[in-house]
Design a protein. Structure first.
Length: 396
């Protein structure tokens, strides 16, 4: 197959030679050929040195590189890529874990497949492309998934419409790529606890898999505590807190749909419990108005900023939220606080929480820095992939 060639400006090859997977438009000298969005292109230096192969998309990030070795891009290539990601999950001990049957299989740049997310839910595999190129290769990737799982594959569902560029997405329909499984939801297990997942209507691919290790860590602190889970979505932290023996758990989210899902997940695990209370409310309005205090609080808001021009606004929102959270904690309380905003890095988040502690007038000690689990790996050459950051704090 003949591919268009992207020629890099002299002196701008260094990032690619260090295996950073993004080629920015400003680094391009010229393009030989007429690639369309999603086409595979080859990248070369001005001296005609091969640098990489990736998906083209007109914009700031013009090429997302998925190969640095000049391989043939065929069915076997995609199989090896998907298998490499599966092998990591085998090595992590999660692909066949008896206590957990849901995890992330492919995590974009972290698995050398930029623009692609693949999540596994007890045999149902949810494919979510964030680039047109990965979506165009969906059937080859789905077939690789089928070949690896064999009879354990219940189906591969394409949930890409909400994550693809709008003009392209409006021509696509979310559907089964393989398997034609008629179910849109299932009960899955995480560390022996049950959760309802709906890959058609749920956020992301149906469940926030990236908080698994942090939920398990919170479990260690929750026994006998009064717990507040803010921005609870499906109630993951709430279910773990109840399992740990929390005295009381209050779950809050502005979405009535989320609160209904939380209630169902609590009922799946603790059908007779009276220790759980659901509140449908705006967290930032609820915290200063409610008179109750807590021993342990989880603040896990959605991304407050998705672009650099919104970063200052996001920082102020994180600060305001954490001031209110710190005020609600009893002496000797525990705060789990998170940001999933990629444009708010670890240091900026830390300093934002420091400012919140000063303004709240609380003495705070950092017990742990928190991040995403191993099935959400970060490519060493692409630190931007470290999107989830958090702090475990002891508040006096």
């Amino acid at each position: 197959m003949q591919f268009s060639k992207v020629i890099i400006k002299k002196g701008r090859e260094e990032a690619i030679l260090r295996r950073h997977p993004w080629v920015f438009s400003g680094a391009i000298h010229k393009i030989i050929g007429s690639p369309e969005d999603g086409d595979i292109v080859k990248i070369y230096s001005r001296e005609d040195q091969y640098l990489g192969t990736g998906h083209y998309h007109q914009g700031s990030i013009t090429v997302r590189i998925f190969d640095f070795t000049n391989q043939d891009i065929d069915d076997q290539f995609w199989y090896q890529k998907v298998w490499g990601a599966w092998k990591l999950r085998l090595d992590l001990g999660i692909a066949h874990a008896t206590q957990t049957n849901c995890f992330r299989w492919i995590h974009g740049e972290g698995d050398d497949l930029p623009g692609l997310i693949v999540d596994y839910y007890d045999g149902v595999v949810v494919f979510q492309a964030h680039s047109i190129g990965m979506h165009k290769n969906r059937m080859q990737i789905a077939q690789a998934i089928q070949n690896i799982l064999g009879e354990k594959c219940k189906g591969v569902y394409d949930k890409s419409a909400g994550s693809l560029p709008p003009n392209y997405a409006k021509t696509m329909q979310e559907t089964w790529l393989l398997g034609m499984n008629q179910n849109s939801a299932a009960q899955v297990m995480e560390n022996h606890l049950l959760f309802e997942v709906n890959w058609e209507t749920g956020q992301k691919t149906g469940f926030f898999l990236d908080q698994r290790t942090n939920r398990n860590l919170m479990f260690q602190y929750a026994k006998g505590k009064k717990v507040l889970n803010a921005f609870c979505y499906s109630g993951g932290f709430s279910v773990y807190a109840l399992a740990a023996g929390a005295e009381k758990v209050v779950s809050i989210d502005v979405s009535a749909k989320a609160m209904d899902l939380t209630d169902r997940n609590v009922a799946l695990n603790f059908p007779e419990t009276t220790r759980h209370l659901s509140v449908t409310s705006d967290v930032l309005k609820f915290l200063p108005q409610d008179s109750e205090s807590f021993d342990l609080i989880i603040l896990d808001p959605p991304a407050f900023a998705k672009s650099m021009d919104k970063r200052h606004q996001a920082v102020q929102a994180y600060k305001r939220l954490n001031i209110e959270g710190l005020k609600k904690l009893n002496a000797g309380g525990i705060l789990f606080t998170f940001s999933c905003s990629q444009v708010v890095d670890k240091n900026l988040f830390y300093h934002t929480i420091t400012a919140a502690a000063i303004e709240a007038g609380r003495k705070v000690r950092v017990l742990e820095h928190l991040s995403q689990p191993g099935d959400h790996p970060v490519n060493m050459f692409h630190p931007e992939g470290s999107y989830l950051k958090g702090l475990l704090l002891y508040v006096e």
